[in-house]
Design a protein around this ligand. Structure first.
Ligand SMILES: O=C(O)C1=C[C@@H](OP(=O)(O)O)[C@@H](O)[C@H](O)C1
Ligand SMILES: C=C(OP(=O)(O)O)C(=O)O
Length: 433
């Protein structure tokens, strides 16, 4: 456990945004399923991406790791077009993406295949896959009463029609999209309710296409996937991450001018919505040659539907709490099933800091205040809560202590190093395990 004590200060400067976690998961998986060798550059080996790399190695892919600077790696991946899945145990650590993406691959031919994990991952929803298992006579067993993981299963995924609810997690759809092209017949995925987190499906389809896999998307309602396809190796550079960029972009509004490098205007990442949201709230954001720059200034409340960009919510609530008037965060039900219940966690953090927050089942109402107090807040072992609290410190009057600060390892292991590079004054306390 690590605790970070921040002496409040408005930060700013130039920051090279870490590479996209969502793109990295997908590129590693596609490369690892390809015939031939792919070179993937600008990979950040966070805990979640490490989980995906190890998972694909367990299934037979070979990965060579070459460190460049600051935990950014070049991976040379020699794929395995028929993954070796029988009797394999995959440790997903705390990564929902790894878990939901690997299960259909294991189910290509599962025999006592197991997925394990820890932290909140053992509680996160899995029912859509259980429904498919039951329909397809795949037997499964949860090994611990009241927990989804460890999960052991045996059986074979068959081509056919898959019906999935669109509001639980898009990760189930991405997982199926990866595996179905490898079956020996054609399949259809039918989404039975409006699809949330849709941009993550765009990222999946975009990267699969780059690795040679065709999927016909009928308006996000029906996905037609031909069987007997093969992933084709290619070299690929991972672009910067808008979800991580969002912390620093909001930082530039609350602190000093911040230049965020490696954020692509043409990205398929849904979290580039942060640009429009900041603009809608009256904030100053402009495109640069390499990314976006934000400048300090006052912002006002807005109604923000986050159903397509849930990962923006923690830092967005910080901006809302320091904006004039009222902000309504709507369409946020799925936030309760992430690394923490993010609506409850941000309510707790912001209330501790003196903000006026009302939590609803599917969102939050936030009345802006001028400044925060300070105090002690907990990350709830959630990287995005820790990073949002760190940005909130720019507006604190007293010191801010964040417990569970090590949780940033999940997606942004150098976050505290970057925080110091941007001028942050922090004391880090290692509290042991
Ligand atoms: O596919 C992905 O890379 C992700 C999908 C989203 O999850 P949901 O589809 O469950 O909202 C997002 O919250 C998560 O951080 C990453
Ligand atoms: C929810 C997240 O990731 P995952 O679902 O992959 O654990 C996240 O990074 O905010």
């Amino acid at each position: 456990m690590k605790k970070v004590e921040i002496t409040p200060k408005k930060l700013g400067g130039t920051i090279c945004i870490p590479s996209s976690k969502s793109v990295s998961h997908r590129a590693v998986m596609c490369a690892a399923l390809s015939q031939g060798t792919s070179v993937i550059t600008n990979i950040l080996l966070s805990d979640d991406i490490t989980a995906t790399c190890r998972a694909m190695e367990t299934l037979g892919a070979e990965i060579k790791y070459e460190e460049n600077e600051g935990k950014r790696f070049t991976l040379t991946i020699t794929g395995v077009s028929r993954p070796d899945t029988e009797g394999k145990t995959i440790d997903c650590i705390e990564s929902g993406s790894t878990l939901r993406f690997i299960i259909p691959l294991l189910a290509l031919k599962a025999r006592d295949s197991r997925v394990i994990g820890r932290g909140r991952l053992v509680e996160r929803p899995m029912q859509p896959y259980y429904d498919i298992f039951e329909e397809q006579d795949i037997t499964y067993q949860k090994e611990t009463e009241g927990q989804e993981l460890p999960l052991c299963f045996t059986g074979t995924l068959k081509p056919g029609t898959y019906r999935l609810n669109g509001s639980i997690s898009s990760q189930f759809i991405t997982g199926l999209l990866f595996a179905l092209p490898l079956l020996d017949g054609d399949s259809v995925i039918e989404i039975t309710t409006p699809l949330e987190s849709r941009p993550y499906i765009d990222i999946t389809l975009d990267i699969m296409e780059k690795f040679g896999i065709a999927v016909v998307n009928e308006d996000y309602h029906l996905f037609r996937v031909a069987g007997n396809q093969r992933y084709a190796a290619r070299d690929y550079r991972i672009e910067g991450d808008f979800s991580q960029g969002a912390f620093w972009l909001v930082g530039g509004i609350l602190g000093e001018k911040t230049d965020c490098e490696d954020l692509q205007f043409a990205s398929s990442q849904g979290d580039k919505a942060i640009i429009e949201i900041i603009q809608d709230m009256g904030g100053s954001v402009a495109q640069t040659e390499t990314g976006y720059v934000t400048k300090p200034g006052s912002t006002h409340g807005a109604v923000v539907d986050v159903s397509q960009c849930p990962d923006l919510v923690p830092v967005l609530t910080v901006l809302a709490a320091l904006s004039q008037g009222t902000t309504e965060i709507v369409g946020a039900a799925r936030l309760r099933f992430k690394e923490s219940d993010r609506l409850a966690a941000m309510n707790e953090v912001l209330t501790t800091l003196g903000a006026k927050v009302t939590e609803h089942p599917e969102g939050m109402t936030i009345e802006g205040v001028k400044l925060f107090t300070g105090g002690v807040v907990d990350s709830h072992n959630d990287h995005r809560i820790a990073m949002a609290a760190a940005i909130a410190s720019f507006a604190c009057q007293d010191k801010l202590t964040i417990t569970g600060a090590e949780s940033v390892r999940k997606s942004y292991p150098d976050f505290w190093k970057d925080f110091k590079k941007m001028g942050g004054v922090i004391h880090e306390f290692d509290l042991g395990e």
